[in-house]
Design a protein around this ligand. Structure first.
Ligand code: SF4
Length: 100
């Protein structure tokens, strides 16, 4: 009986520790910093990696700084980023023109 109670206690303690690690580990993964004059939240592992993952930076349609020739989707996304102080990489796109 004592053996069963010890095992049960170990299971309960292990679950409590794992729950605490998950809860506090997730909180620790988000940080706040100032981006273009606005305090924003970001997953610290993804901060500054937008260009690495965004399809646009490997796409022939992407002409940042040239609004007339730039992809209209990219123009709209950029405007949303400016308006709402967000960063939105493109993960999937039907018009992707691979230049790499
Ligand atoms: S076509 Fe797609 S991948 Fe290319 S610039 Fe436009 S939104 Fe980005």
């Amino acid at each position: 009986m004592i053996r069963f109670l010890i095992i049960l206690a170990l299971v309960v303690i292990t679950n409590l520790v794992l729950t605490a690690i998950r809860r506090f580990g997730n909180k620790a993964k988000y940080i706040r910093y100032e981006h273009h004059g606005c305090k924003v939240w970001v997953n610290k592992y993804l901060k500054g990696r937008h260009r690495k993952y965004c399809l646009c930076f490997s796409c022939g349609e992407f002409k940042p700084g040239d609004r007339d020739r730039n992809c209209p989707i990219a123009n709209q996304l950029y405007q949303a980023c400016v308006d709402y102080n967000i960063v939105t990489p493109v993960w999937e796109c039907p018009n992707f023109d691979n230049i790499t």
